[in-house]
Ligand binder design. Structure first.
Ligand code: SF4
Ligand code: SF4
Length: 225
């Protein structure tokens, strides 16, 4: 029948036209009056009265509200989460990084002397401008001291500003990704919701613990019995 192909094509177009869309507007979402009022926690009339300018924009569907994109808990953000209390300065992370972008400088820390002495950290630089988010450094860390982070809005105009140094690592908000960290998934920890796992909660960040000085002494005695 002539025109059958045309009708078929229009049918497909119409079907896609009414399908729900999955595109997320980011970082701001355009909203109408209802959306803007809901975001402000007001009813639409009150919102219009108290914010006439924004209200007119909302009536024209030109108001915007910030949009939070839902992320997977295993997202590999490269701001990194580091627990200094768990770190022995072994530099395994630096050795495993295929791009060689982790620089660690240490000095003998006088810690765990009987276990061979672990190191104190002087320099811990990660050049995230070259990082490819592979996470091998995190896999290599034997003490669960280094974790992938959960952030991604780290754009910058100066390459050198992308180098994370030890002070930044210390100060970073501790929202570790659960990637390669089953202990977080077992506890249903979500880096995007609820409380962070701060340095003082470092026990929660690892699968095993460094022995205490008393345990080390006891082990030394036991081994020589
Ligand atoms: S995520 Fe990969 S590239 Fe980035 S620092 Fe770790 S090992 Fe290197
Ligand atoms: S972060 Fe882990 S692998 Fe890297 S130096 Fe510290 S303990 Fe070693």
């Amino acid at each position: 029948m002539p025109g059958q192909g045309l009708l078929k094509g229009l049918g497909i177009t119409m079907r896609n036209f009414v399908r729900p869309t999955h595109t997320v507007q980011y970082p701001d979402r355009k909203v109408g009056l209802l959306g803007a009022a809901k975001h402000a926690g007001q009813n639409p009339l009150k919102f219009l009265r108290e914010n006439p300018r924004e209200g007119i924009k909302a009536l024209l569907y030109m108001a915007t509200v910030p949009e939070k994109v839902e992320q997977a808990t295993r997202f590999r953000g490269n701001e990194f989460t580091w627990y200094e209390t768990r770190c022995t300065g072994c530099a395994s992370c630096a050795k495993y990084c295929p791009l060689g972008i982790i620089k660690i400088v240490t000095h003998p820390g006088g810690i765990d002397v009987q276990e061979g002495e672990s190191y104190a950290i002087d320099v811990f630089d990660i050049d995230t401008g070259r990082c490819m988010f592979c996470g091998l450094c995190v896999e290599a860390c034997p003490y669960d001291a280094l974790h992938m982070g959960s952030q991604f809005e780290r754009g910058n105009y100066v390459r050198n500003d992308l180098v994370i140094d030890v002070d930044e690592l210390r100060g970073n908000l501790k929202r570790p990704s659960s990637w390669y960290r089953p202990q977080f998934e077992e506890r249903e920890f979500n880096p995007f919701k609820g409380k962070t796992i701060d340095e003082e909660d470092h026990h929660d960040a690892g699968r095993h613990e460094q022995p205490s000085p008393d345990e080390l002494k006891q082990r030394w005695v036991d081994e020589r019995k």
